[in-house]
Design a protein around this ligand. Structure first.
Ligand code: NDP
Length: 400
């Protein structure tokens, strides 16, 4: 018996709720979010009174504690926004619930994300005998599990890790983000950062770029940006000499981003407009397309994976492990596009790993600290098949 509470009824929450509801390991399921009508719509589409719904402001520990005390979840799946990670973790500690999320904590007033805030909960989760699973979407999430799988089965030492994230889909809009616009724009406009020889190297935004080839897609310009799983992976795999994260952007997208920044619409500090305090990026989110609405006209694929170089039995080897996900296939199954799908499927699967007792432990864990095998054994069946290639040209090794 496992009672699961999902928080956040956005694109990702829609997929998580469908996958959790379809899995008999979860006996009781609830979806709670700021706007209850959105939870009701997701629950109605699933039908059969399988999913209960509730309204909650996840910024309030008090409201969360009241909800958790009533529903008594064994595990809370946080797919609201990174701003709510700590309040939800606090409420989990107070009510004796286990925790899983897909994005690390970010303070609202600083576009800065790192694990230190959540790693600081280690002793408290340990003392209570509770599990907190951090970063169980696709990236972070499956990318770290791919790395753990490579380390377990194919390498004695990983030396170079390049995570490559390509969205070759086309939604037909002039500009839209694939997940929450506020979080997305904060992420992609910050300075680049990668790890090399024990140090973090900072670059200007999008300074390092190169054309990379993606399976079934072809060549796409790819840019080094900072991404949160790099922080935990270089800690958990100390043999890594260099770790980078690459993401593809189209020229049109980058032009829009530059304009948004230049005219001040990416600002995260409050301004006064007509006597009312507004935060420009939050206003921008309100006028941009809802990522959840992009699916119906989205064509093409995403391709996300890890390109790894290292040593096995004294020999150098290269390895590429990836998943391609088709926007139209994701939409047909869940009514959402591939970015929500590739995030929601691993979150629901990670929660089921906990529910089945396969991923357990007292404390705070990044996903690569668990056994990757049972998770990857099921990932394909859940809609995200993965492919391995050995001793191939990784391309990234030529770009220093
Ligand atoms: P959306 O903006 O579509 O959904 C977020 C949901 O959270 C909305 O329903 C929103 O409510 C709700 N919410 C926001 N604030 C609160 C609050 N204070 N209390 C209760 N509910 C709240 O985002 P996505 O679904 O696109 O993304 C969800 C999460 O997934 C984000 O944290 C994102 O960073 C993460 N993500 C992770 C990825 C990965 O691979 N690891 C990739 C993509 C996303 P309302 O509807 O009222 O606004």
């Amino acid at each position: 018996m496992c009672r699961a509470l999902i928080i956040g009824a956005g694109g990702v929450g829609t997929v998580v709720t469908q996958k959790v509801a379809a899995n008999p390991v979860f006996t009781d399921v609830m979806l709670a979010s700021r706007t209850k009508s959105k939870c009701d719509a997701v629950a109605a589409a699933i039908g059969g009174n399988r999913v209960k719904t509730a309204q909650v402001d996840a910024d309030s520990v008090e409201e969360l504690v009241a909800l958790f005390s009533e529903f008594k979840p064994d595990i809370v799946i946080n797919v609201a926004l990174p701003y709510q990670d700590l309040t939800i973790m606090d409420a989990c500690l107070e009510c004796g619930c286990n925790y899983l999320d897909t994005a690390n904590y970010e303070p609202k007033d600083e576009a800065h994300f790192e694990y230190s805030w959540q790693w600081a909960y280690q002793d408290r989760f340990k003392e209570k005998g509770l599990t907190a699973i951090l970063g169980c979407g696709f990236d972070p999430g499956v990318t770290a599990i791919f790395t753990a799988y490579a380390a377990k089965h194919h390498f004695d030492e990983i030396h170079y890790l390049d995570i490559v994230d390509c969205n070759a889909g086309n939604h037909g809009m002039a500009f839209a983000t694939n997940f929450n616009p506020e979080i997305n724009i904060r992420e992609v406009t910050q300075k680049g950062r990668y790890y090399e020889n024990g140090k973090w190297v900072t670059t200007e935004p999008h300074e390092i770029h190169a054309p990379l080839n993606y399976p079934e897609i072809g060549e796409r310009e790819s840019y080094v940006i900072y991404h949160e799983e790099l922080e935990s992976l270089v800690k958990n795999y100390p043999s890594i000499k260099r770790a980078r994260f690459w993401m593809t952007f189209g020229q049109e997208y980058l032009t829009h981003l530059r304009v948004i920044q230049n005219i001040g619409m990416a600002r995260i500090d409050p301004i006064i407009y007509n006597g009312v305090e507004i935060v420009p990026i939050q206003f921008l989110k309100a006028v941009l397309p809802d990522p959840k609405s992009l699916g119906s006209n989205y064509h093409g694929q995403t391709s996300i994976g890890c390109r790894i170089q290292g040593v096995k039995d004294g020999k150098e080897r290269t390895y590429y492990i990836y998943n391609n996900c088709d926007h139209e296939v994701a939409f047909k199954e869940t009514g959402t596009q591939a970015v929500s799908f590739t995030t929601g499927v691993p979150a629901a699967l990670g929660a089921s790993m906990w529910a089945k007792g396969l991923w357990r432990g007292a404390g705070v864990f990044n996903v690569e600290e668990f056994d990757p095998d049972p998770f990857l054994a099921e990932l394909g069946e859940q809609g995200l098949p993965w492919v391995e290639m050995f001793d191939v040209d990784l391309e990234v090794d030529k770009i220093k």
